[in-house]
Design a protein around this ligand. Structure first.
Ligand code: DGL
Length: 271
């Protein structure tokens, strides 16, 4: 059977990574869990997020996935080390692209947009210590922003207002790099591009993570199929399936970049 990659997030955010991976390796089977029953992870404790991450990761391994992507900065911050300790498959995590942002900055000022849980986590503090290199890095928690995306809202007044509230201060202080530290925010790239001056770069880690995944599969001796029919991402949500379908429809209608998706029934509805 072809290698399959298991991916999870609290909701639709990880589909930004899924889409980047599908573009690189269209025939690679992907299995995706949106933990919408527990959304948003950003408002929860590390203990709760780690427990959910472990449950979902085990389910993906039980379903036969040979590599996992924790397509969520919040869950990677809370649980990546533990997942790697407890599971026997390679696991690729997410982290805010603070390192490339600091390296590219001409003004010496970077803003990193994150959930509240990622903001207080030790993983972000360590990234900062390791890669700031004298660059001033402002951590900007964005309460409510992932919620807007999760309801399918990726443009319009509420999104723009929330982004402005978070970014006006850092921009007035000369920030020239905005690093997206939550996978949900990847859907906001077009609106961010419209709001920000051309001199400000926006960095999202979806593509580098997709490339790292392909590298890991190759190193593992299970490279993605180089030809064959494109595979739809087999997707299910742990919460209300209708709400999830509606979000996907809204995202598509708003022009979001999404991979082809096959929606699976929830576990308890299969019987
Ligand atoms: N998409 C998730 C992340 O990358 C979290 C959103 C949330 O559940 O708060 O951090």
């Amino acid at each position: 059977m072809a290698t399959s990659v298991g991916i999870f997030d609290s909701g639709v955010g990880g589909l930004t990574v899924s889409e980047a991976l599908h573009r690189l390796a269209p025939a690679l089977p992907q299995r995706y869990f949106a933990d919408t029953a527990c959304f948003p992870y950003g408002g929860r404790s590390d203990g709760v997020v780690a427990a959910r991450a472990l449950t979902l990761a085990r389910r993906l391994v039980d379903e036969g996935c040979s590599l996992l992507i924790v397509a969520c900065n919040t869950a990677s911050s809370a649980a990546l080390l533990r997942l790697r300790d407890e599971l026997d498959v390679p696991i690729v995590g997410m982290e805010p692209p603070l390192k490339p942002a600091a390296a590219r900055s001409r003004s010496g000022r970077v803003a990193v947009l994150v959930t509240a849980a990622t903001a207080r986590g030790s993983r972000l503090a360590r990234l900062h210590d390791d890669h700031a290199n004298g660059v001033d890095i402002e951590t900007v928690p964005m309460p409510g922003l992932a919620d807007l995306v999760e309801s399918g809202e990726i443009r319009g007044d509420a999104v723009e207002r929330t982004l402005r509230e978070g970014l006006d201060g850092p921009l007035s202080r000369g920030v020239d790099q905005v690093a997206l530290g939550c996978t949900h925010y990847g859907f906001l790239l077009p609106v961010l591009r419209g709001l920000l001056a051309e001199s400000v770069d926006v960095l999202h880690a979806a593509e580098p993570v997709a490339r790292r995944t392909v590298d890991r599969l190759e190193a593992n001796g299970t490279p993605p199929p180089s030809s064959g029919r494109p595979e739809a991402v087999r997707c299910s949500a742990t919460g209300d399936p209708d709400a999830f379908v509606l979000t996907i429809k809204r995202l598509r209608a708003a022009g979001a970049a999404l991979p082809p998706i096959e929606l699976l029934p929830r576990e308890d509805e299969k019987r």
